[in-house]
Design a protein around this ligand. Structure first.
Ligand code: FES
Length: 154
């Protein structure tokens, strides 16, 4: 049976027919909408590469059944910049070399945006490391990532 998913992605409404009710939000983003900035690493909630914001809260898109988020508002890495102006968190990652190969970077940045939006006043390095612990970087660029998130909170 085909179901219809109504969802807003980066400000644009979409009506998507889904044949498989088990389709994840990650697969809808990448395979149906071509939004491949959201990465598939482990596909089982362990790496954070697929982090997006759903109604403003960060979530692993590989664990989110798409149909469970009917009428939700989703922000992906493609929706952060405004025209040619990068989001402050994106700018901070560049300024602090918060990446190496870059594969985990979209998820790291979306997680950082979500962490900051959670309103943790006065984030310190330990809190940033704890708050970002769901995002794995196999290149171990953690020092730059932590510095970038700290700068973006200022
Ligand atoms: Fe979703 Fe790894 S791909 S957590």
């Amino acid at each position: 049976m085909t179901s219809t998913l109504n969802i807003t992605i980066n400000g644009a409404p979409h009506e998507i027919a889904l044949d498989d009710p088990r389709a994840t939000l990650l697969d809808v983003l990448r395979e149906r909408l071509g939004l491949t900035g959201t990465k598939k690493g482990c596909d089982r909630g362990q790496c954070g590469a697929c982090t997006v914001l759903i109604d403003g809260r960060r979530m692993n898109a590989c664990l989110a059944l798409a149909l469970s988020h009917d009428w939700a508002e989703v922000t992906t890495i493609e929706g952060l910049a405004e025209g040619d102006t990068l989001h402050p968190v994106q700018q901070a990652f560049i300024a602090h070399d918060g990446f190496q190969c870059g594969y985990c970077t979209p998820g790291q940045i979306m997680s950082a945006v979500g962490l900051i939006a959670e309103g943790e006043a006065g984030l310190d390095p330990e809190r940033v490391r704890e708050g970002m612990s769901g995002n794995i970087c196999r290149c171990a660029a953690y020092a730059g990532i932590t510095d970038a998130v700290l700068e973006a909170t200022r």
